[in-house]
Design a binder for this molecule. Structure first.
Ligand SMILES: [Zn+2]
Ligand SMILES: [Zn+2]
Length: 142
């Protein structure tokens, strides 16, 4: 941060390394030394940012499960359907065909799914903790 007194930059300690001006004070919320004049508790903002990352990881987990479920449902279906295009004994060709189509289908629908699932996980987090929104807004991160 920049020292408000002497304007020297990159000051990370409690006191300015250049002029000795006090830059940090114990945060009344978390007790950590935080920049004087900060709008919200830095620890609180960091905690929320961690929660948002966790929500993203949860979303990825869900997307993975849905992918498996979709593949388990669609591949056998396409395999049965493939009898119209292949001989019954061409099992390997039919499996390739079914898997290939399933992957294309997944690729098309997953783009919108992924966005929606990630968005809904984040919305759920903010619904459960409305105070997070306030803190992020105060911190200028929303
Ligand atoms: Zn200074
Ligand atoms: Zn704090």
């Amino acid at each position: 941060m920049i020292c408000p007194k002497c304007k020297s930059i990159d000051q990370l300690d409690r006191f300015c390394g250049h002029c000795g001006h006090q830059l940090k004070e114990p945060c009344p919320e978390c007790g950590e030394w935080e920049p004087i004049g900060r709008v919200v508790c830095k620890m609180a903002v960091e905690k929320i940012e961690r929660k948002i990352i966790e929500a993203g990881i949860r979303a990825s987990g869900k997307i993975f499960i849905y992918t498996i479920m979709l593949m388990c449902a669609v591949i056998p279906f396409l395999f049965v359907l493939s009898i119209h295009f292949f001989q019954q004994q061409d099992v390997v060709a039919r499996i390739y065909f079914a898997t290939f189509l399933a992957i294309i289908a997944w690729d098309i629908i997953s783009r919108s799914w992924e966005r929606r699932i990630k968005k809904s996980e984040k919305e759920k987090l903010f619904r459960e903790h409305p105070e997070y929104v306030e803190i992020l807004k105060k911190a200028g991160k929303m």
